[in-house]
Design a protein around this ligand. Structure first.
Ligand SMILES: Cc1ncc(C[n+]2csc(CCOP(=O)(O)OP(=O)(O)O)c2C)c(N)n1
Length: 538
């Protein structure tokens, strides 16, 4: 009879999880030994990087990625990537080693209570009761991870389990599309048909459910204004589309004010709503009809207002489009383009992103983590392709680098660009090594302002003042750090050197890191502009 180890590799193969993202330790060695030749091991030097690369891979492919971490030792380090995957709806099957069952009661070295640690952030956490249940637990975990809203599952595996005898396990088939209730969708159709001024808000679940094209068709059929959810982790509507009106603000009253002119609001695939700073107010102007279509029962139950309908976004949008009457609307003109930023010293983030927008291929993938420059990035990168934007959904720094490398590994034909702050990059800096080793040709665009500008902006926003320690990060030689991990790196100080540096990076085949010394401060937090500052909302 086969062993647990052999059957596990067999089910991983059947489930299409032949890449193992990990960082090994003693408790995983019995599994990893003699890894079959059709498997690929992607090593992260820190578990944030290993699980974070898996997260990027899962988001790009829409398929579960397999992660193998080291007992409790690395669940702590990898936890923020697991949390990211929960909130990003990215399917991960995370496994960790556990001490030998025969001595676990005696609290040996590296004993793990990881199952309890991860529970609030995974769809399922288990340590199988019997060794021979391990492969079946992985199959069950995979199918649960893949159910919308997709997310992480966690399985802790005692190190002596791998040599036990085990019967073959069927990988089974479990379908994933759950359709919204047509009667509930009819209510949305009726509301839109009787509305004089409706609006739609697009959210990242549109991308999760493969609804990019359907969202465009619905918006055009309705002829309505389109806003993007606040602090969007994915771009779900082309920024260049004439109906696109911009981002919603991540605070209650400012957001309600933005939508105050509309009588019916249909939110497609987003929470109601994702807020950052607390600016009290109504979720929506009283009297406005509000509907939410979501693939997430959690988002439906947590919405602050409106009627929520749970189901697949693409098919729900199609249902609405094919049941609603077409609206006739005078031709709309696109929102005016933002003013063209000028070359200055120091370089401004706005100028950097306007040049990047000009030189990057249209199908480039942006994986972003540059907190205080996010507003400029949103303004100047005119993304109009599906799957072209990824950002951290949780606010936990450390997402950008590993997600970029995972995205690049899953998308070898598209170039991934990772705009990242000089503070943010430090949380998962080891990923540079993985990018080099696995030749993931990501272009890391580091915005170096030598401080935590976003936090300074937040100090101003919340009126706590500037007398706060730990806001500056001088003295980091990013070129040396990158070169230390084997990566080609350069520093750009002057505006005239910016475009040639970016063009050279796009012309190169491998990963590289460019540090742009940019203007400090003066920018706003998470894309919020002055309209939400306390003078307006005291
Ligand atoms: C893991 C983690 N630690 C700390 C923070 C708090 N934080 C939010 S923004 C920020 C500054 C990031 O600096 P940088 O990447 O240089 O961007 P800048 O603010 O300068 O644009 C910090 C420390 C966080 N969100 N996540």
């Amino acid at each position: 009879m086969s062993t647990v180890r052999e059957v596990t590799y067999e089910v991983l193969r059947k489930l299409g999880m032949t890449v193992i993202f990990g960082n090994p330790g003693s408790t995983e060695l019995p599994f990893l030994r003699d890894m079959p030749a059709d498997f690929r091991y992607v090593l992260g030097l820190h578990e944030r990087s290993a699980a974070g690369m898996a997260l990027g891979h899962a988001m790009a492919s829409g398929k579960a990625a397999f992660v193998n971490l080291h007992s409790i030792a690395s669940v702590g380090n990898g936890l923020s990537a697991i949390i990211d995957s929960a909130y990003s709806h990215a399917p991960l099957v995370v496994t960790t080693g556990q001490q030998d069952r025969r001595q676990v009661l005696a609290e040996p070295f590296l004993v793990s209570r990881a199952v309890d640690v991860v529970k609030p952030y995974v769809k399922w956490a288990c340590e199988p009761l019997r060794a021979e249940d391990v492969p079946a637990a992985i199959v069950r975990g995979y199918h649960l991870a893949m159910q919308p809203p997709m997310g992480p599952v966690f399985i802790s595996i005692p190190m002596d389990d791998w040599t036990h005898e085990c019967r073959a396990v069927d990988a089974r088939e479990v379908t994933q599309i759950v359709l919204a209730d047509p009667a509930a969708l009819d209510a949305v159709v009726r509301a839109l048909d009787s509305s004089s001024n409706p609006v739609i808000v697009t959210g990242s679940q549109i991308e999760e459910d493969g609804g990019w094209q359907e969202a465009i068709e619905l918006a055009e059929h309705l002829g309505v204004d389109v806003y993007q959810e606040p602090i969007a982790p994915r771009v779900a509507f082309p920024r260049t589309h004439p109906l696109f009106r911009g981002n919603l603000l991540p605070a209650q009253q400012p957001l309600a004010d933005q939508l105050a002119g509309y009588d019916t609001v249909v939110v497609l695939g987003a929470p109601i709503f994702l807020y950052y700073a607390y600016v009290p107010g109504n979720a929506i102007r009283p009297g406005t009809k509000l509907f939410q279509l979501t693939n997430s029962p959690l988002d439906a139950s947590a919405a602050l207002a409106g009627t929520s309908i749970v189901g697949n976004l693409a098919s729900a949008m199609k249902y609405i489009r094919t049941h609603i009457r077409t609206r006739t609307r005078a031709a709309v003109s696109p929102a005016p383009p933002p003013p063209e930023p000028q070359p200055q010293y120091p370089i401004t983030p706005g100028f950097l992103f306007s040049v990047l927008n000009r030189v990057m291929p249209r199908d480039a993938i942006i994986c972003e983590e540059c907190p205080s420059s996010k507003g400029d990035l949103d303004r100047y990168l005119r993304l109009d392709q599906p799957g072209s934007f990824y950002s951290v959904r949780t606010g936990i720094l450390g997402f950008g680098l590993p997600a970029a490398v995972g995205l690049q590994l899953a998308h070898p034909k598209r170039r991934v660009v990772c705009p990242v702050g000089d503070g943010s990059i430090q949380y998962s800096i080891q990923t540079l090594w993985s990018a080099v080793q696995y030749n993931a040709p990501v272009i890391f665009v580091v915005l170096r302002n030598a401080d935590y500008s976003a936090l300074k902006g937040f100090c101003d926003f919340t009126s706590v003042g500037r007398n706060v320690p730990g806001m500056d990060i001088p003295g980091i030689d990013m070129v040396k750090l990158a070169e230390g991990y084997g990566m080609t790196a350069q520093e750009v100080d002057r505006a005239e050197d910016l475009e040639p540096a970016l063009r050279a990076a796009f012309a190169s085949q491998g990963p590289r890191l460019i540090i742009f010394n940019v203007a400090k401060g003066g920018q706003t937090c998470m894309g919020m502009d002055q309209s939400v500052n306390p003078p307006n909302y005291g």
